[in-house]
Design a protein around this ligand. Structure first.
Ligand code: NAD
Ligand code: MG
Length: 388
């Protein structure tokens, strides 16, 4: 662990894909000798959460699910680890005295606790892209006021963060987000109309949580990432390009005004991005697979097809319209996605639902407060639910 800064950390969403990868990185960097875990949070998976809390010696374990409080309490009886539940428990976790907080709760549920951590000045390792999509300017302002760093963990944004030199920011022409294209990259529209959640969740390169896997198949994940990039790096919508790159080796690129394009490459493994965020501004040593260029032989690129993947067009529309369109897009997408997972709507219908709701709520002004964000989110959810 000599190459890592000793840290006190909290992981919001420790039981998920990013959360467990974060704990794996912590383990490889030296575990309890190097990193002190303050709080861990989960939702339904109390057994895993309790096991994580015991293994790391966390001070506090929180389940977001109020009904699981008693069973978490029981699972941690006699350990001295404090237990909490519900929304207030998540805030309590965020407000523990950790200098580095991994924001890895999926969806809008992550917004309030991540904001709480940002406001008190923690460095935020941001996996939860929904924070920026729904509340970009407010979230960035909260981080600035708090005085902590914003460390992008989403692999594309982490790649850009790695190759974006602050003193060359003025010379950025555009950024190029890579997209694997997902499992339906070569499918026809009529095939795509028939797919189920089980086929949509099978991502070709990355192993991720259920919702983000399906969002990757529809390219809604890339749509969210375009908006995320706009806020993170202060870009104009027309500076954000998406290219399909099926091997997922180039994680994204920055194109500068002198014609140079800088890319970050690696095997698709989120631990590299997580380790970078945990060790920043240094680098750590991780046992991830190394790139073998001879074996790789080739890298392919193709323009995304916005007829089969309208999500990209909707992201651009949301950025051009401004107002509360980011919050609306995200909330309508979450409702449509839940309905798709439950088998209540089709794969292609998700984008139609989102577009209709965006049109209905196109006159909502820029959110001036988090209450405005939550109000726009709620309106969009109601509209979307009415369409299903
Ligand atoms: P996941 O579904 O595997 O895990 C989500 C975590 O959030 C779990 O700990 C779960 O218990 C918790 N959670 C779920 N619902 C909750 C609720 N209502 N309240 C509080 N906690 C709740 O998801 P993931 O793949 O780890 O993704 C986490 C976030 O990171 C998402 O925003 C996703 O878009 C982003 N992200 C993930 C990846 C990846 O490789 N998995 C890559 C980039 C970005
Ligand atoms: Mg990503």
């Amino acid at each position: 662990g000599k190459d890592t800064v000793a840290r006190r950390i909290t992981i919001l969403g420790s039981t998920g894909s990013i959360g467990t990868n974060t704990l794996d990185v912590v383990h490889h960097l030296g575990g309890r000798d190097v990193v002190e875990v303050m709080a861990l949070t989960g939702n339904g998976n109390v057994a895993l959460l309790a096991a994580q809390a015991r293994a790391t010696g966390a001070k506090l374990a929180v389940t977001a699910d109020d009904t699981q409080y008693a069973s978490l309490k029981k699972a941690l009886a006699g350990t001295g680890i404090a237990v909490a539940a519900g929304r207030s428990g998540l805030i309590e976790a965020a407000e523990m005295d950790a200098g580095w907080v991994m924001a890895a709760i999926v969806g809008n549920a992550g917004l309030a606790p991540t904001l709480a951590a940002a406001r008190r000045g923690a460095d935020i390792a941001l996996a939860n892209k929904e924070c920026l999509v729904s509340a970009g300017p407010l979230f960035i302002a909260a981080v600035r006021q708090g005085g902590g760093r914003l460390l992008p963990v989403d692999s594309e944004h982490n790649a850009i963060f790695q190759v974006l030199e602050e003193h060359q920011r003025h010379a950025i022409e555009r950024i190029i987000l890579t997209a694997s294209g997902g499992p339906f990259r070569q499918s026809t529209l009529s095939d795509m109309a028939q797919v189920t959640a089980d086929t949509a969740r099978a991502h070709p390169n990355w192993s991720m949580g259920l919702k983000i896997s399906i969002d990757s198949a529809s390219l809604f994940n890339k749509a969210l990432e375009m908006i995320e990039a706009k806020h993170l790096f202060g870009l104009q919508p027309e500076q954000i390009e998406v290219i399909v790159h099926p091997q997922s080796v180039i994680h994204s690129m920055v194109a500068y005004s002198d014609g140079s394009v800088l890319a970050q490459l690696g095997c698709p493994d989120m631990r590299t991005a997580i380790g970078y965020a945990l060790s920043y501004p240094r680098r750590c040593t991780l046992p991830v697979e190394r790139l073998d260029f001879a074996k790789l032989a080739r890298l392919d690129f193709e323009a995304p097809d916005e007829v089969r993947f309208p999500a990209l067009r909707l992201a651009r529309l949301a950025m051009q319209r401004g107002g509360a369109q980011g919050a609306v897009l995200n909330a309508a997408k979450e409702v449509a996605l839940d309905a798709f997972i439950a088998g209540r709507t089709g794969f292609l219908t998700m984008a139609s639902i989102v577009e209709t709701v965006m049109d209905e709520l196109s006159d909502l002004p820029d959110p001036a407060s988090m209450d405005d964000v939550f109000a726009a989110d709620e309106k969009a959810r109601q509209w979307a639910a009415g369409l299903i």
